[in-house]
Design a protein around this ligand. Structure first.
Ligand code: A2P
Length: 318
């Protein structure tokens, strides 16, 4: 299976190219290469600061006749400084202009975290606004408005807990159709997967390879390396594929979408060739046993002193 089907019949390819951390100077070639190889899903966000270069790449592949707009699935995300209802329209318009598109396939609330106007990255607790002051329900009304205007075909959330999705469903008139979150063998989130299955919400797995290219300042000293995990290495050997392919295929076989990031042509191709691999049931069982609820991105950057956010109220855990 290569696609996840939405209620209106739209199909989201389950493998997308991630673009977080892709430098503006590299992302143009990465996107063109990916689309030539066969990717039809590109995952973007305002905050990745590379949507204009992605837009140039999309223009090129469409103009060159490699792909038609309607064959692509383009996701983007609302940044934390545009959570007021009337800020969502200008935010998506900005993204659409950069991406040189008339509509998105999917627009997500990037984090259940709000900043004051004009704050891109918070420097202190006073840069944050609490969810009591801008409730997610208000932001969602803005999301519904842009969906009704046809600026995005689907809307969803990212980094939301089950509790936050449940709360949102009590007020939403258009239901969220996707939750994008960190998922990999060390953070399997089975409760989330089961809950979202019941609610017809798809999960998209970000950082499926462990995002080793993150800024070292945000990495734990003892951070595990998924590529070197002995169980993953052994499964890769047995299936005659790379460890990255094991990680990507595992996400697909669980019924989630997955968005590995790469700016390297060989790795972009290798990751796409994951479609040719099938993990055995035994391998899936072995990976199921690896869960540690370990987050590479624990959200600690949002839990600044003086802000209303804590790790406990971000993830609704503990
Ligand atoms: P690069 O962009 O140079 O290919 P994640 O998707 O979890 O954020 O991980 C992205 C990181 O994984 C990047 O450092 C990326 O490097 C690297 N990466 C992507 N695909 C592969 C692959 N097939 N093998 C090894 N590393 C990969």
């Amino acid at each position: 299976m290569r696609t996840l089907q939405f209620k209106n019949g739209d199909m989201m390819p389950n493998l997308g190219l991630g673009t977080w951390k892709s430098a503006p100077s590299e992302v143009f070639n990465a996107v063109v290469e990916a689309i030539k190889v066969g990717y039809r899903h590109i995952d973007c966000a305002f905050i990745y600061e590379n949507e204009a270069e992605i837009g140039n790449a999309l223009q090129k592949v469409i103009k060159d006749g490699i792909v038609k707009r309607e064959e692509l699935w383009i996701t983007s995300k609302l940044w934390n400084n545009a959570h007021r209802k009337d800020q969502v329209l200008p935010a998506i318009q900005h993204t659409l202009k950069d991406l040189q598109l008339d509509y998105l396939d999917l627009y997500l609330i990037h984090w259940p975290i709000a900043f004051h106007d004009g704050v891109t990255y918070p420097k202190s607790g006073s840069d944050f606004i609490s969810l009591d002051d801008i409730p997610i329900a208000e932001t969602w009304q803005g999301m519904e408005t842009v969906a009704k205007q046809g600026l995005t075909r689907h809307i969803g959330v990212s980094n939301f807990s089950i509790k936050k999705i449940k709360d949102l469903l009590t007020t939403a008139s258009i239901r969220p159709e996707v939750n994008q979150l960190e998922l990999h063998p060390l953070l399997q989130q089975n409760d989330m997967l089961d809950y979202c299955d019941q609610e017809n919400i798809y999960l998209t797995a970000y950082s499926p390879l462990g995002s080793m290219d993150r800024n070292p300042a945000f990495k734990a000293a003892d951070e595990p390396n998924l590529f070197e995990h002995p169980v993953i290495v052994e499964i890769a050997r047995a299936h005659q594929c790379s460890t990255a392919q094991v990680l990507i295929r595992w996400a697909m076989q669980r019924g989630t979408a997955v968005i590995p990031k790469s700016v390297n042509a060989n790795r972009i191709r290798q990751n796409f060739e994951t479609y040719q691999i099938q993990l055995s049931e035994e391998a899936m069982d072995q990976i199921a046993a690896l869960d540690k609820h370990y987050r590479f991105l624990n959200g600690g950057i949002w839990a600044q002193p003086g802000s209303s956010y804590t790790l406990a109220n971000l993830w609704d855990e503990g």
